[in-house]
Design a protein around this ligand. Sequence first.
Ligand code: ADP
Ligand code: MG
Length: 212
Amino acid sequence: MTDTITVAAATAWLEAYADVVDAQRDHLTELDSAIGDADHGANMSRGTRAAVDKVLADQPAHLDGLLKAVGMTLVSTVGGTSGPLYGTFFLRLAAALGHEGEADPATLAAGLRAGLDGVIARGKAEAGDKTMIDAMDPAVAAFERAVTGGSVLGAAASAAADAADAGRDATEPLIARKGRASYLGERSAGHIDPGAASTALLFRSLAEALAA
Ligand code: ADP
Ligand code: MG
């Protein structure tokens, strides 16, 4: 049996993500109202739904076309700081997976790493700055470790999702050093970072799509 992420599985990932972002829209907004401007839930829900609509309308046949459409749609519809960052993640992932109908675990691991590197290059945040990087970095590292250790994709994505959840929770005591939350200084401590929360949902959705 081949263990790959197909165009259908990537589409299922995106649909699962839009659904869970929608379900947690108010929660993401609450997190962003504590240390930001209360728009993260609305931003992400609008953007992920637009990305699903675009993909279902265009029916891309290859992973690069699909993920590029997602990235471009997120850039143009999410807005805020997180739109361009999530957009960059998907555009880099698209380039790494290439003009193929499916990708094996090592290729997906390299693609997720490329996505993370793109977000870091664009946002200039480091681990511990209380941003989405604090969920994304441990998630990608866990995915790579699992794949290197011989895990199938579903198990690797599940390990990544667990690591993202832990990274999200670990943002709570941190003082924000990037983005809008950094304006609060020490008052940003005591709240989970909204972008880390939406990134944890991104990896949980991937685990769900790859387990199916
Ligand atoms: P805005 O802050 O413009 O309102 P959002 O509310 O949509 O945008 O997104 C806020 C999230 O963006 C933060 O919770 C944080 O995770 C993420 N973020 C902000 N700045 C950066 C950065 N420089 N690098 C990575 N992530 C960042
Ligand atoms: Mg905001």
